[in-house]
Design a protein around this ligand. Structure first.
Ligand code: CAA
Length: 241
């Protein structure tokens, strides 16, 4: 059995593609999900990957969830912080609830999960963490002050934690996917997607989730120990930092 990997938000979209790719590569994978029980059960049945429901924005729920995964599979050696939501609106229409929900699920979750899993990684002298940020953290995006702030926060978090644990055999990296064929992007108004967003992408199409997953596989490999604190763009040329 390969190393134990946990993917948050791992039953749909980019997270599901990452979980599948890790499993295919021989890792022992657990997939967390937040609410969509039906999709999670279908995913578990199809892939054989065990799924675990908890709210990643809730520290105590994360502690319980991590304990369940570790009881079933063993210590988590690879953590993919992928869970995320959008609540898009121009700032003058954004409610405090829309702001708080996105910061909690997309950014507090990264603290919660890393805070719980880092001590074990430090003790064992090995770990791989990949934080799934977004192209919109780097370029900004109208309608996404909340999401861009959370996703940019992940990048600063990544660089800081990477420095803290570099000497312990643990790498911490961020990826910044562009617009990808997932439910999240399908929720964008069609006219905006076709007339505004697609023309900004030099490759001329949305990404497939599998194209994001292959970068994660690269970063979590045992041989990737010298890559840390990096931010890897996977955006079809939409933004070149
Ligand atoms: N890129 C370029 N222009 C955009 C845009 C975008 N992403 N989003 C909105 N606009 C433009 C619209 O085309 C429109 O311009 P015109 O009036 O000239 O046609 C203007 O902004 C206002 O938009 P709306 O008329 O739709 O205004 P609204 O108040 O009803 O809604 C909105 C605003 C909530 C931002 C809505 O337009 C929207 O949802 N846009 C998509 C925002 C977006 O890109 N979200 C990313 C979701 S995917 C994701 O987050 C994954 C990831 O990491 C990449």
């Amino acid at each position: 059995m390969g190393r134990v990997a946990l993917v948050t938000g791992g039953t749909r979209g980019i997270g599901a593609a990452i979980a599948r790719a890790l499993k295919d590569a021989g890792y022992a994978v657990a997939a967390n999900f937040g609410g969509n029980e039906e999709a999670a059960n279908a995913f578990a049945e199809e892939t054989g990957i065990p799924v675990y429901r908890w709210d990643v924005s809730d520290y105590d729920a994360c502690a319980e969830g991590v304990a369940r995964v570790e009881a079933d599979l063993g210590p988590i050696e690879i953590l993919i912080n992928n869970a995320g939501i959008t609540r898009d609106a121009f700032l003058h229409k954004m409610t405090p609830e829309m702001w708080r929900a996105v910061i909690a699920v997309d950014l507090d979750s990264v603290f919660n999960m890393c805070r719980l899993i880092i001590p074990g990684m430090r003790e064992r002298g090995f770990g791989r963490i990949v934080n799934v940020s977004s192209v919109n953290a780097q370029k900004g995006q109208m309608g996404q002050t909340n999401y861009a702030a959370a996703k940019a926060g992940m990048i600063g978090f990544t660089k800081s934690l990477a420095q803290e644990v570099a000497a312990k055999g643990i790498t911490v990296n961020a990826i910044t996917p562009g617009y990808c064929e997932t439910d999240m992007v399908r929720a964008v108004p069609e006219k905006v997607l076709n007339e505004r967003i697609l023309p900004q992408i030099p490759v001329g199409r949305l990404a497939q989730p599998e194209e994001i997953a292959r970068a994660v596989l690269f970063l979590v490999d045992d041989d990737a120990g010298f890559i840390t604190g990096a931010t890897l763009a996977i955006n079809g040329g939409q933004y070149m930092a």
